[in-house]
Design a protein. Structure first.
Length: 643
């Protein structure tokens, strides 16, 4: 079973020997030689899995998009699979120097609107924008059980936000901050009939509302489960629950969502949270909740219908599972859902077809459990191949365990069968894993990515802060084969692998795109046609500068403003050529933005320092790109005129 394991300890011993030798001040030649011998491949001989399967030759394209989260970096990263090349980054909850995300008017509006009114005063000094985000879970929208290529939804654990990314232009178009809850951790979407709902788990328990009236009385705190309408990005409803919510998933019938929950003890310190040896999975009955909203069986708090889903409510059921479960993963068969044990070496398998009986009180909560295989230490997340097999990350064992759902069900009934098919070492401490199309009914069982939290010795040493290690595993055969190590900067928690046929982005912006509709409206008011005019409109102390960009020239080679003016520069890229992006940067003025083909971007700043300031194009666009520049002339204000 564990035939893959011995490689790792032997390699550790080599490193241990070297360290001991160095400490003694003597390194024997044999030890040096040993250090230069490449370690044995951790998954055994190459013949099992030809490395060329991951190679995408020059000029050829990958088969899949992978949407990686980036944790505390706050952005989304797009990779190609199987090459594992990083293709693009989508800034969301972060500031981005290249695109001007967080600086341009277009992005600032989205970021500012994504802050609840009650938090706006606290951010006033920073222009009403959060500077950080903690993005864990990127999940594309569904229609009829599979990806439809419309949107990608992502959470921000740190500032309790959810963002939507348009997949046609790969840009964030909406952010909302959720009231009445503290963090958004688990995020998944409705799979059927469509998205529909975006389900968001509030992790920490706080007073609701959190106004200071209740402080150190944890028994009065609550966590919230929220459903956002993915089309409008408005909150549909919230359900108040017992315990802390961790991860969530939904079924393939559009009837149920289910969340793992830790800290049923409702403590506020670690020993309290781990006191009991059981926590639970909360099941949400979506039709009943919708009915409650229609009938008015809710309390409105901060403008949101809040339904009581605590123990005894008709809207939820609490199924006891071993202590502190983490990942919640629905299988592509539409039948099974797995809660991952974390502190327990088991995963708990539910048959979602039994949930109707559970809500009609025909069976007990634990009767919905159909298997609970013992897999190894620290099971966190599970992925599927669509052929009845599951792949569970074992954080403490640094392994991925492949097991069979049907065998696990039979073993649970007492049959003498072992559901475990294979364990493979990963490097090291895996969190999420994800299989190709594995969260849809189109799971194709080709690839698995293990997102490992530690890389330690797998890459050149880059100092005390190490990259994560996203490892690619070929799961197309009977046995898993590790084929690629991929370093990544902090810190992908989750990734979604989408077949390229599901996504069809534009290469050039449409001039009527809503993303720059405000700029178009401003221009119209000023009698300016963005696509052809380059001019300066003065409106008291406000100056609106409009210019085109067309390789290698800006529409204005200079413009003049006065010290103290509030200046808004609009740049419209009139080049109608794929990949011909321009940038606009003003030297020493903290201004930089990207303007892709046929886009308009704008930025507003105060011209508070007189002098000559060059602006230049930052995106290499033409042989004369260096010459693509102009001057902003800032004349001193009258008060500062010479005496
Ligand atoms: S969580 Cu990080 S490893 Cu936020 Cu999905 Cu499990
Ligand atoms: Cu335009 Cu470089």
């Amino acid at each position: 079973m564990n035939e893959d394991r011995p490689h790792q300890p032997s390699r550790r011993r080599v490193i241990g020997t070297l360290a001991a030798g160095a400490a003694g001040g003597v390194i024997a030649e044999s030890q040096l030689a040993q250090s230069q011998t490449p370690p044995a491949p951790p998954t055994g001989p190459r013949k099992e899995g030809p490395a060329h399967k991951t190679e995408v030759p020059p000029g050829q394209l990958d088969d899949y998009y992978v949407f990686f989260s980036s944790g505390q970096t706050g952005e989304v990263r797009i990779y190609g699979l199987p090459s594992m090349r990083e293709l693009m980054r989508i800034p969301v909850f972060n500031r981005d120097s290249a695109t001007g995300w967080g600086l341009t008017n277009e992005s600032r509006k989205i970021l500012q609107e994504g802050v609840l009114p009650e938090y706006r005063p606290h951010l006033a000094a920073r222009g009403g924008i959060y500077d950080n985000g903690d993005l864990h879970h990127p999940h594309p929208s569904f229609t009829d059980g599979t990806y439809d290529g419309r949107y990608l939804f992502v959470n921000d654990k740190s500032n309790t936000r959810v963002a939507r990314i348009r997949l046609d232009v790969m840009r964030c178009d909406r952010i909302i901050q959720l009231p009445n809850q503290h963090t958004v951790h688990g995020l998944r979407v409705q799979k059927y009939p469509r998205t529909g709902y975006v389900f968001c788990n509030g992790e920490y328990r706080v007073p609701v509302p959190n106004t200071g009236a209740v402080l150190d009385e944890p028994k009065k705190y609550a966590a919230m489960f929220t459903a956002i309408d993915g089309d409008t990005m408005k909150i549909a409803w919230q359900v108040m629950v017992d315990g802390n919510l961790d991860n969530v998933d939904a079924d393939y019938q559009g009837k149920y969502a289910f969340s793992t929950c830790y800290n049923s003890e409702e403590g506020v310190a670690l020993p309290e949270m781990m006191a009991k040896d059981q926590d639970w999975v909360v099941i949400f009955n979506l039709p009943r909740i919708e009915e409650a909203v229609r009938k008015g069986d809710y309390k409105e708090i901060n403008g949101v219908p809040v339904i009581n889903g605590r123990h005894g409510s008709p809207y939820t059921r609490y199924v006891p599972v071993p202590n502190s479960p983490h990942g919640m993963n629905t299988a592509p068969d539409g039948i099974h859902a797995v809660a991952n044990g974390k502190l327990s070496p088991t995963v708990t398998v539910f048959d979602v077809r039994l949930f109707d009986d559970l809500f009609n009180d025909k069976i007990k909560p634990r009767d919905t459990v159909v298997a609970e295989p013992h897999l190894g230490l620290g099971p966190l997340h599970t992925a599927y191949d669509g052929r009845g097999n599951a792949f569970t990350t074992l954080f403490l064992d640094s392994q991925v365990c492949k097991w069979n759902i049907d065998l696990a069900r039979r073993a649970y009934k007492g049959e003498k069968v072992d559901p475990i098919i294979q364990k493979i070492d990963v490097h090291y401490q895996p969190g999420h894993n994800h299989s190709s199309m594995g969260q849809t009914k189109d799971a194709d069982g080709k690839w698995l990515i293990s997102l490992n939290k530690f890389s330690k010795d797998r890459f050149l040493n880059v100092g005390p802060l190490k990259p994560e290690n996203d490892q690619l595993i070929d799961i197309s055969g009977d046995r898993m084969v590790l084929v690629h190590d991929g370093p990544s900067f902090s810190e992908p928690h989750d990734a979604t692998i989408v077949h390229r046929s599901k996504i069809n982005p534009k290469s050039i912006w449409s001039r009527d795109d809503a993303f720059f509709a405000d700029a178009v409206a401003r221009a119209k008011k000023d009698g300016v046609t963005l696509e052809s005019d380059s001019k300066v409109i003065r409106d008291g102390k406000k100056v609106r500068v409009y210019m085109t960009s067309s390789a290698p020239v800006f529409g204005l080679t200079s413009f003049e403003v006065t010290e103290g003016d509030e200046v808004t520069v609009h740049v419209t890229n009139i080049d109608d050529v794929e990949d011909l992006t321009h940038g606009f940067c003003i030297v020493n003025y903290n201004v930089q933005m990207e303007v892709a083909p046929q886009a308009t971007a704008s930025v507003t700043f105060v011209a508070d320092k007189p002098g000559v300031y060059y602006y230049y194009c930052t995106w290499f666009c033409h042989a004369m790109h260096m010459e693509m520049q102009g001057r902003m002339l800032v004349s001193p204000a009258k008060a500062a005129a010479p005496k």
